[in-house]
Write a protein that binds this ligand. Sequence first.
Ligand SMILES: [Ca+2]
Ligand SMILES: [Ca+2]
Length: 502
Amino acid sequence: MKNLYLLLFCSTNLLYAQYNSFYVSASSSVINVGQSITLLATGCNGSVSWFTNGTSNGQTGTSISVSPTVTTKYSANCTSPSKASTNEVVVEVTPCAANVNVSSGLTSGTHVFEASNQVSGSSFINANTNVHFKAGRQVSLNAGFEAKQGSIFKASIEACGDTSLLQTRRVTNSLSLPWEILWGPDDFIWMTEKVGKISRVNPQTGQVISVLTIDEVLNYGEGGLLGMVLHPDFTNSPYVYVVYNYGTTSAVREKIVRYTYNGTTLASPQILLDNILGSNIHNGSRLVITPDLKLFITTGDANNTSLAQNTSSLSGKILRINLDGSIPPDNPYSGSPIWSIGHRNPQGMVFANNKLYVSSHGPNIEDEINLIQKEGNYGWPNVDGPCDTPGEITYCNANNIIPPIFSSGGSTWAFCGLDYYNNSAYPAWQNHLLMVSLKNQTFYSFQLSNDGTSIIGAPTLYYASQFGRLRDIAISPDGKVYICTSNGGNNDQIIEIKATVN
Ligand SMILES: [Ca+2]
Ligand SMILES: [Ca+2]
């Protein structure tokens, strides 16, 4: 089933109804299949009878609950002699389209138009009319669009995601700013919390088992204990790699440390790379180990835009080192861990399809997903998103800038944790990148091309604003997806998303 939504309710009959004070309203303007909304009849002193598509449905009373799957006309009849008219609500249920164009005038009531890519409008909105455009990528108001005085018009970047075959379950809600969650070979979720804690979370019970607290962590602004990754052969090489901020608030640094897991706690810290310049913002810090046993590290520009293009600074880069901290001889800048440059604040990274994908925050526009190439230059701070302004085009041509494979356009969503899904448990996400965002508080799926070098169309958006800010993603081998919130207040959650297809 597609994700569906209530597009429109009530038209001329509502206007008429308002004049005689008997009217029907709906509890929500958005519904998904499997969910229900309440229809309420107001202003009847007698008894109310309900009709579906003009035929009595046998229900009486001032409210009924409905969960239509196709366009359905509901009406109520008040038996009070002075209010004998029938008043209607039309619930129009429409699959989430890629693009929706609203070309006819809207004269009353509440209307929600939703599309995974673009909602465009070239119509007028009358007074006393409430209209909401929700688009996954772009709201476009064309010539002829007019929101008249007294109307309420709202546009937002969010869109319909099909959750009818997905089930969410709260694993735990006792966390404090979890930053990394990953699925361990012990079938526990391994987790960092920014304050400095590393734990194992039982995905069934939500029990949080402390593994280590790193006292040296500088929990300052966006900084703290951030990324973590386990050795791919954890049974024989029980190493845990973490990246965290340390130092003082006036001299923030970042380091990568390898610990050894002894079955209970983490011991024998070994510094692999340190003294990376950090800040209270823009610390990057996602870690990935590739199958050829190289450790990739994202770093932010440490709130100093000039560092991203400076190859003598490790900030604003993707770094690559051996698992013992040594520099691979085939790195592009001899003796340096730098692999690519021109990054602002990359907080998501995943290796899949033999490719390295990174998500990054833009300034206030153009959050990016990049396909990372050796010695690549991704343009920050001179280029935001695609090379599309005259100045950017000149700079991009002169500096061989690699454009993103996806960019958020004229707004920032605050891209964060990134993962790759290819599990048969939820076929709709096979060969998709999954991502979460902070500011937009949304979970996204991006369809990759077969060769993995590009993203097809707009992402699908799920759970917009439902759980608050979202920091990271983990995927279990059986295809369940876990996301963690970043709301603070010792009340952060890990949420399991499970497909109910099979
Ligand atoms: Ca993760
Ligand atoms: Ca641009």
